[in-house]
Write a protein that binds this ligand. Sequence first.
Ligand SMILES: [Ca+2]
Length: 424
Amino acid sequence: MIKTTNIKKILRLRYTKPISKNIFIPSVTSCTTGNTSYNNSNNKKILQFNNLIELIKNTKNKRLYSTGPIIPPVLNIQNNNINNLNKNIVLHNKFVTKPIYDGDTKIDPYYISGLTQADGSFNCGISISKSKFTKTLGFKPIFDICLDIDSISVLIQIQKYFGCGRVSVVRSDNSVHFLVSNLQELKENIIPHFIKYPVFFNKLHAFELLVQIVNLMDVSQDLRTKNKPDILRLAISMNSSSRRTPEQMNTFYNVLGIPVDKIPSKIEDKIKTINSKITPAFLTGMIDGDGSFYVIFTNKLKIIPAMKQCYGKNCAPFEEYFKKYLGDIGQVTIQDNIRIWTQKMLNILINNVIPFMDSNTLHTKKKDHYQIWKKVCFTLKDEPKLSKNSLLYLVQLAYNMNKGGKRRKLTKDQYIQLIESTLK
Ligand SMILES: [Ca+2]
């Protein structure tokens, strides 16, 4: 039975569900005219396009994947490289297309890296599996970006961008993750991105170790077994904030037959400087991840809009770029392992921060907070001494933004009461 549907619908279908390994585009010559169709005979779905090149042009696909078993050859297709594409299609007659950008997705690659700097991680799971006589150590390298559930659309866009991975919701803490743990996808989709658009400091350290792990795992079974002590050392050196105990690490080495006195030291994170460029889009990703636009309502009825950015305590060199893009350096405080940069000066917010944010789009829920916050800034600029009516207007507008103003001492009604009783 053949079901006909149009290309757009198929592509939308694929965005919500990663393409399965048994979808094939047989070859250009065997494609019939007309729309895309499924053929469910032999348990294989066959996608047929009347003109594959048209499809690639129309949907701005930049990659074609073979669905051959295990290691699909990846072809990077440039728009001006159609001849090359034809040659490749003759070579491999089984393909699925994976879009790298779709028409309405304008997510900057640097933004993705900036968001990863704030809310992403490169990690490697370590597990022990037991059989009757032996214990075996297993490794699972993972790339992960975690956001609040209300920003799930950003992760779906990022999934489209990479053309792989899964988006998974964790109901218990209202978070959503974009996860890639498939070795080939890490190698072909994730690693090339972060080589071209790097992250910095501890994230770069973890990424560099992930690259080595993937290389050590992407070999024959025998060689991989031989590589396990090296993989283990890399895996436990990735994140200093890891919750693994020294006892657990001893146990891992023990499974590999390495006694406690022979355990190598962790690989130190020695990255202290910024060695590649930080673009406005990168900074925007960082702000979308760990930045905040908020409004302080004091008991003396003063309203103070502010912006803050959190980042690792070893990441102070970022501040030079905050200054470059966002004006005056503001105020830096340190809490536990986090540095917090804060800007409360209204003229800097108006003259530097707002123009920057207006030309560099936020993608998470924060973009709504930003719009409210911006109104507060402009109201205060126009009316430095707020009238009672303007005060009430700003309370209605901004008091409960950012998670409903949960952290405030007074509820919104109590604050309105305070205004009413102070300014009769
Ligand atoms: Ca965050």
